[in-house]
Design a protein around this ligand. Structure first.
Ligand code: ADP
Length: 603
């Protein structure tokens, strides 16, 4: 889409530019003007020139000597040395060493540069700014000097905008939004029957899933102008600015109707008004203004407001009630098929080998958002360039997934031999426990090459297909797999290391969720003890039970993890020979594939 950026830039921008230029000028240009005629030479050259009678004038200063040639056109300087005979030699050479050498530029030039020029620049800038202000002030009923005008970026109509076909996966969201596009195309159809469109549509989902893209695609499909603004922009300015920005945004939008107004991060202004003392008045005023504006126009003006958020649960109910953002379109993380489609869309932008298996890559990238997948493709292209290839191959893509998951390989991290053995056993511990249980995702790759994320090694398991539900047994097996690394260290070395901290965190999280959220403990039955406070951002939870219950939950979490830890240890003891064999293999090769792992495991 031809994006026509607003030509208005904040005043501070122009001032900073001028300041920067002046500072640079002072630092770079002035010394150059002042000293460009002085040539530095070593003391030997000075002595030679003296001996050859080539020196005109000399000025001896505290720590240096300035002198000219016979004609006086070139000034030289050199460091001052202890040289008692210098004065006599200079006298012999016929040099004049009493007169002063003018090392500065001419006073007229100096005056011009240090006074006239900066003043001229400032006057010029003042003229320019006041002209701009006049233009703005004449352009509408805005506040003084155009402050309070929304900086909404206006996108003009264009046939090459983002279309629904650019947004891969997200079929439900697209279906939902198609109706809006249809309405923008032929509003009469809806008006005749008396139907009115929802004024506001809330796109809710985790970051990087394509919410902004979808909003742009609606504008692109309907071929209407697109105004976008971020919620945080409303509240970052001076007090009272947010509300006037909202007013201005809507005024502009109504002039350009039919059009799309997109408000990103709406939670920045639309958070629940919690009645706390000292809460943000500014935000509240902005929110009120937004609500007023939304109530103020009829459903059929042709202005459709799309808003995006990744914390819908924190929105003020006033925003989501009928007549405002009453339609919610979930934009979830892509499933297997969606991931494959997104990979293919982005792979079109790079050169990739014919035989790249995108299905496989999509399976490996489970849980990745659209933005992360786009990143994976780009990383792969970069990797291909680094390797001197003309196009990206399968291994580039696989390695770039690992980069996105675990960070870059840390080539110069040196593990001691003992550490390398520990990490080998630790990772094989995970893999072996996973493989010996039913219902575990197959092992795809094990490596003990340290990563920049701090991981010393990892075991990658890849689900065969999409999973929407997990049984109690599957979760327990997962916990056992997490504990497998530590269990192997205990069995083999009789000592434990800090390498299991991430495993511990993950296992605890799962065990806790089983009890507090999934109703998988006998004692608490189907009672919710915790609620998720932000589903799309890491899934933080808040407790909803008494402190006695909390203590009991803690006890049960410990029991649960302990039980799985013991189970894992049992599996490893039973398969001690395989454990040793696999760990030795990993120790020697540092990386093994799932197939190699299974081959050794099955003898
Ligand atoms: P959000 O607004 O949900 O945080 P964006 O729409 O800004 O996410 O997406 C960021 C980038 O990620 C996009 O520019 C695009 O390259 C990529 N992306 C995300 N989702 C998709 C998708 N469904 N299809 C194609 N690309 C996507």
């Amino acid at each position: 889409m031809n994006e026509v950026k607003s030509p208005r830039k904040p005043l501070i921008y122009y001032y900073s530019m001028v300041l920067l230029i002046l500072v640079l000028f002072n630092f770079l240009a002035m010394p150059w003007f002042a000293q460009r005629q002085i040539l530095e030479v070593d003391y030997g050259a000075f002595m030679d020139m003296t001996a050859r009678h080539e020196i005109g004038q000399v000025e001896i200063q505290d720590n240096r000597i300035l002198f000219t040639d016979r004609t006086g056109t070139q000034i030289y300087k050199t460091g001052r040395m202890v040289d008692p005979g210098l004065v006599y030699r200079l006298k012999d050479s016929g040099a004049v060493f009493s007169s002063e050498i003018i090392e500065q530029m001419s006073p007229a030039l100096s005056f011009l540069l240090s006074w006239v020029l900066p003043i001229a620049v400032f006057v010029g800038l003042g003229q320019f700014l006041s002209k701009k202000m006049m233009e703005k002030a004449g352009g509408g009923n805005s506040l003084m000097f155009g402050m309070g005008k929304s900086n909404a970026k206006v996108y003009v109509k264009s046939s090459e905008g983002i279309r629904f076909s650019d947004v891969a996966g997200e079929d439900e969201a697209k279906e939902n939004l198609t109706e809006i596009v249809d309405y923008l195309h032929s509003p009469e159809k809806y008006r005749e029957i008396g139907a009115s469109m929802p004024k506001g549509i809330l796109l809710a989902g985790p970051p990087g899933t394509g919410k902004t893209m979808l909003a742009k695609a609606v504008a692109g499909e309907a071929n209407v102008p697109f105004f976008s603004m971020s919620g945080s922009e409303f509240v970052e300015m001076f007090v009272g600015m947010g509300a006037s920005k909202v007013r201005d945004l809507f005024r502009q939008a109504k002039e350009k109707a039919p059009c799309i107004v997109f408000i990103d991060e709406i939670d920045a202004i639309g958070k629940k008004r919690d009645g706390q003392i000292g809460g943000s008045d500014e935000r509240e005023q902005t929110l009120n203004q937004l609500l007023t504006e939304m109530d103020g126009f009829e459903g059929n003006t042709g202005v459709i407001i799309l808003a995006a958020t990744n914390r819908p649960e924190s929105l003020d109910p006033a925003l989501t009630r009928p007549g405002r953002f009453d339609r919610r379109v979930p934009v979830e993380l892509p499933d297997l098929k969606g991931r494959e489609e997104i990979l293919r869309v982005h792979a079109k932008k790079i050169k990739a080998a014919e035989n790249v298996d995108f299905h496989q890559i999509a399976r490996m990238a489970s849980g990745a958002s659209g933005a992360e997948l786009a990143n994976i493709i780009n990383e792969a292209a970069l990797r291909a360039v680094r390797a001197g290839r003309k196009f990206a191959v399968q291994s580039d893509l696989e390695e770039s997934i690992e980069v996105v998951i675990a960070g870059y390989q840390k080539k110069n991290a040196i593990l001691t031999d003992k550490e390398k053995w520990t990490v080998s056993y630790h990772e094989i511990g995970h893999a072996l426990v996973a493989a010996k249980q039913t219902q575990s995702a197959p092992v795809r790759k094990i490596t003990i090459i340290p990563r920049t994320s701090g991981a010393l090694g990892y075991t990658m398991q890849v689900e065969e297909d999409n999973h929407y539900l997990m049984t109690k047994e599957e979760i327990e097996n997962k916990i056992a797999t997490y504990t497998g690394g530590r269990a192997a260290e205990e069995i083999v070395f009789g000592a434990i290391s800090t390498g299991a901290s991430n495993d511990i965190e993950q296992a605890t999280k799962l065990a806790r969720a089983m009890i507090t959220r999934y109703g998988m403990s006998r004692d608490f039955d189907m009672v919710a003890l915790e609620t998720v406070t932000n589903r799309y951002l890491g899934g933080d939870t808040s407790l909803a039970c008494s402190s006695e219950t909390q203590a009991e939950v803690d006890r049960q979490v410990v029991d649960l993890v302990k039980k799985q830890h013991e189970k894992a240890a049992g599996i490893l003891v039973e398969n001690r020979e395989k454990l040793d064999e696999l760990a030795r293999y990993l120790y020697e090769r540092e990386t093994m594939t799932g197939d190699e792992f299974m081959a050794i495991l099955n003898g």
